[in-house]
Design a protein around this ligand. Sequence first.
Ligand code: NAG
Ligand code: NAG
Ligand code: NAG
Ligand code: NAG
Ligand code: NAG
Ligand code: NAG
Ligand code: NAG
Length: 524
Amino acid sequence: MIGKQSRMFFLISLCGLMFAILLATWGIPKIVRSQIQKNVQIDPSSQMFDKWRKLPMPLTFKVYVFNVTNAEDISAGAKPELEEIGPYVYKQYRERTILGYGENDTVEYMLKKTFVFDQKETGSLSEDDEVTVINFTYMAALLQVQELMPGLVGMINGALGEMFTNLTDPFLRVKIKDLFFDGVHLNCVGENSALGLVCGKMKSDKPATMRPSEDGNGFYFSMFSHMNLTETGPYQMVRGTKNVQELGHIVSYKGKKEMKSWRDPYCNQLNGSDASVFPPVEDSPPKRLYSFEPEVCRSLYANLVGPATIFNMKAIYYEIGEEALAAKTANRDNKCFCRKNWSANHDGCLLMGVLNLEPCQGAPALATLPRFYLASEELLEYFAGGISPDKEKHNTYVYLDPITGVVLKGVRRLQFNIELRQMKGIPQLENVRTGVFPLLWIDEGAELPPEIQQELKQSHTLLGYVEMARWILLSIAILVLLASVVKLGRSGALPMWAKWARSGALPIVWATYKFCQFRTVSNW
Ligand SMILES: *[C@@H]1O[C@H](CO)[C@@H](O)[C@H](O)[C@H]1NC(C)=O
Ligand SMILES: *[C@@H]1O[C@H](CO)[C@@H](O)[C@H](O)[C@H]1NC(C)=O
Ligand SMILES: *[C@@H]1O[C@H](CO)[C@@H](O)[C@H](O)[C@H]1NC(C)=O
Ligand SMILES: *[C@@H]1O[C@H](CO)[C@@H](O)[C@H](O)[C@H]1NC(C)=O
Ligand SMILES: *[C@@H]1O[C@H](CO)[C@@H](O)[C@H](O)[C@H]1NC(C)=O
Ligand SMILES: *[C@@H]1O[C@H](CO)[C@@H](O)[C@H](O)[C@H]1NC(C)=O
Ligand SMILES: *[C@@H]1O[C@H](CO)[C@@H](O)[C@H](O)[C@H]1NC(C)=O
């Protein structure tokens, strides 16, 4: 009788253990995963949704300008001396307008950015500061003309003389405010027929940095005003309600599933997210984190560095690597980003670390990392000095929360350059040295504000409890089983095999526990 009872107890506790194992290794993780998915997916019911639609805090948009301090000497053939001025700090607000939900678990939206100057963060600098920078539009017009119709360069230069008043050197003296947002006026009214040609080309190409003036007689050139209050898109993004690992992937931009700028389908791929959301990376973070950057018409990626800690939280750290902007000799995959000859000195392709934006923006701009970080050292030799890169200041990186994929902190940095090219027959360019000339660089950063950090930490703590509950559940089941084994033993109802195994019971239970732990860790 007693033996029967304890055998019953043993059987029940064995079932209990199996149930506990099932729950701990499969049930609870599944529930937790689906809860996380519910919170991160792009759906009005999710916790992240409102923060994704309208960023609760502005990004910090900093601009550093390269002031030319020896303009006259450069015209005479000296190496450029540059003085980096900045940061000029802006707050960048981001808001998405949802156009609708589409096939294949996607959402379609427009993205609007608003820039507001932040005098407090800018400190003693002012938007009224005057700087001398490379005359971007002037160089752009001449480079394009030289490429299209080399014979006409001299004539075009005459036209530019009317367009740009007081043409003496390839530099522009300008207020920060005008260079960034308000615009520098370019005149399209004049006798010269070549002037019509240059203006006509601008009217048809519509470079983003050229805003037609209200009277229709010219243009305003500015680096960022086209980004202020203009909606870009539509973007089509995966919502992650079906497969959370697809969350945030950009499927199409402006209705196209790939870019048209580059030479082959590989480089034209839209890869990754818009850098606002990433899928939870769990225990197997991808080696590369892709983001699609419409400004440069391509996807870029950061490489996995490893686990890190930030804001007292565990994070996964990614950092931009050399290969993203490598020359084709160093990374064959980048071959299709080489489209046009951009310099008389180079072979129709990129130098290490330089991306030709002409196919993308319709203007011969060159993108690099700030101060030519991770780029060919040859580029630095062009300068008299003072612009050596520093990883800490010029790097691009992101810290992700591994559990939710939320960006804890991230910075994206990019420098815009144009070639200063020696051209015979153009008085302003007759004696200059040819090289890649920087104009400015931007530092666009975001970090999770403390309130949201708290929120995230709380949900992590909750997860910690759930995790603990799994092991408590398992331990209890094991203890009960052990108790039942002991009871069974005492009652003498132990079958022969069990008597023999009694001494081995503990190690077996321990081994089961280890096995389960391994299983859960490996697929968690
Ligand atoms: C930029 O350099 C010029 C000299 O080329 C100087 O006059 C000007 O004050 C500098 N601007 C700033 C903001 O330091
Ligand atoms: C949805 O996915 C299928 C298969 O991948 C594809 O053929 C179809 O074009 C997609 N639909 C849209 C609207 O993207
Ligand atoms: C962006 O546009 C808004 C509205 O026109 C304006 O108030 C703001 O000053 C602009 N930002 C900058 C930096 O010029
Ligand atoms: C052009 O230069 C001349 C002499 O250097 C000066 O008097 C004139 O004001 C300048 N014009 C403009 C529009 O800057
Ligand atoms: C540079 O461009 C501005 C207008 O964008 C013009 O006023 C200035 O004279 C130009 N200088 C040269 C050398 O092209
Ligand atoms: C796009 O992503 C795929 C898969 O992750 C990768 O193999 C490919 O190299 C990426 N393409 C580009 C242009 O980065
Ligand atoms: C680029 O220029 C070099 C020499 O200047 C020439 O040999 C090469 O064919 C050009 N490549 C392209 C793509 O135009």
